[in-house]
Each structure stands twice: as structure tokens, then as C-alpha cells.
Design a protein around this ligand. Structure first.
Ligand code: FE
Length: 251
């Protein structure tokens, strides 16, 4: 599996492990943040990719120790392999308090589940090595208990399913207008409302962001691209805005 270095400066590294073949499952990106000897893995993927991601993550983090597994939300492509990660590392995991008691249904050994910490709705600051990563509320985008991770050092905003695209054959977006059709259907149906998008945009627009890195598909780099993406989200009708008439008894 290849590694894409997104940032590497002064012992701080951000590495993308690009999409794994998950058979019939939707492909997902894995990301690693390393600061000094401490590593954090984002949204590690399901059981089908566990072995490959484990090997790739070990290679990418070199001698650093996996300390935190960040779970943006509760979907199977994110949490299904959590038990494996907890059993084979000493890492702790963080996930919304809304999902904390549901994830054990994927099969988590109770001896390791004490290392899974519930996150409050307001988010938190995670210490990793000598840096602080911000866990930002992203509820309703799409999950009701959803978080993004902002790394002020590399200026990468990890957005989970927000910004996800399907079917592209490139890793970075160069033409947003051409890319939007690959995001549109997913966002209209999976994101809950334009109100949630606008509330989220109000929080993230002031941040100094160099890369928006979603869990599926291509990433967006540079402020003009990111601003254009944010503008698209600002005007997007999705979820309940898009299908208010769906609540009808089927004939
Ligand atoms: Fe999801």
C-alpha cells in the first residue's frame, strides 16, 4: 500500500494511506498524524481492510507509538475493526458519546473497551506528542454524533464523510466544477440539512486550512479551492431540505 506524505516538518508528519480495496464495501482513506513519537490514526476502516491498514500504519509511523484512534462517527467503514486495533495496540480510541455504548455490538472485548473514551458534543482538544489537535463538532454531517479533526500544525482539516467523492481517478481535486457531480448525490442524501452545513461553516471558515481531507475520495488543497468548496456547501440543499416530501405511506 502506498503512502502519501501531506506534511513533514520538524518531527510532525501527516500521512495518507489511500483508499483500500474493500471488495463490495465503499473504499476509504486512512490518515495518520505523527508528532515526535506519538501517532494518531483516523477512521481506521472496517475488518476487510484491517490487515492492510495495520501493516501500512506500522510502516508509516515508523518508531512512533499509536496512542489515539480517532473515530469521526459510528459507521461500519470506520469502527468495524476497532476491536482489532484495541487488542493489538495500547491505543485509546475516541468517539461521540452518542455511539459509545453501541460500538461494542460490532464485537469489542470488554477488557479493552475501557480504552474507548466518549467525546462530549462540544468536542475537545487532543494532545499528541507536543501538539494539540482540535476535535470539532460536526454533528448531523452526516451522523448525529459526528466530529472532525483539525491539525493546526499541518493546517489539515479532516472532514470524515463531508467532502467525500465517489468514482474519481485522482487524489487531489484540480477542477472543483468537474468534481462537484462526484460529491453531489452523496451529500444531498447523506448530509442532514443546509442549516447544519451553515452552522459548521461558521465554525471552520476562520480556521487557517491548507488541506481538506475527507475519508472517501479526493482531497482539496489551497485556500481558493477550499473556499470554493465551502461556498458550494453553503448553498447546498441536502437531507430534509432536499426531500421534504418523502414521508408518505408507500402505495
Ligand atoms: Fe458515514
Amino acid at each position: 500500500m502506498s503512502q502519501i506524505v501531506l506534511f513533514d516538518e520538524g518531527g510532525h508528519r501527516n500521512i495518507l494511506l489511500p483508499e483500500q480495496d474493500a471488495g463490495a464495501g465503499v473504499a476509504s482513506n486512512q490518515h495518520i498524524v505523527i508528532d515526535g513519537q506519538s501517532a494518531l490514526l483516523l477512521d481506521p476502516g472496517g475488518t476487510k481492510v484491517y490487515r492492510d491498514v495495520f501493516t501500512a500504519a506500522a510502516k508509516a509511523k515508523q518508531t512512533a507509538k499509536l496512542e489515539i484512534v480517532f473515530l469521526s462517527h459510528q459507521d461500519p467503514d470506520i469502527v468495524a475493526a476497532l476491536n482489532g486495533w484495541l487488542m493489538t495496540t495500547e491505543a485509546r480510541a475516541v468517539v461521540s458519546k452518542l455511539w459509545h455504548r453501541f460500538i461494542p455490538h460490532f464485537g469489542s472485548d470488554k477488557l479493552v473497551y475501557s480504552r474507548v473514551d466518549p467525546l462530549p458534543d462540544e468536542g475537545t482538544v487532543l494532545k499528541l506528542g507536543g501538539c494539540e489537535l482540535l476535535v470539532l463538532p460536526a454533528h448531523f454531517l452526516h451522523s448525529v454524533g459526528n466530529f472532525h479533526l483539525y491539525d493546526p500544525r499541518s493546517k489539515i482539516l479532516y472532514t470524515g464523510d463531508l467532502g467525500a467523492s465517489l468514482g474519481e481517478d485522482y487524489r487531489e481535486v484540480s477542477d472543483l466544477a468537474a468534481h462537484i457531480p462526484l460529491m453531489e448525490g452523496f451529500h444531498r442524501r447523506y448530509m442532514s440539512s443546509n442549516a447544519a452545513l451553515r452552522a459548521w461553516l461558521k465554525m471552520v471558515r476562520p480556521l487557517d486550512i491548507e488541506i481538506v481531507a475527507p475519508q472517501h475520495g479526493a482531497l482539496m488543497r489551497g485556500r481558493p479551492m477550499i473556499d470554493a468548496f465551502f461556498d458550494w456547501l453553503e448553498g447546498l440543499e441536502c437531507g430534509i431540505d432536499y426531500m421534504p416530501d418523502v414521508f408518505r405511506v408507500p402505495a
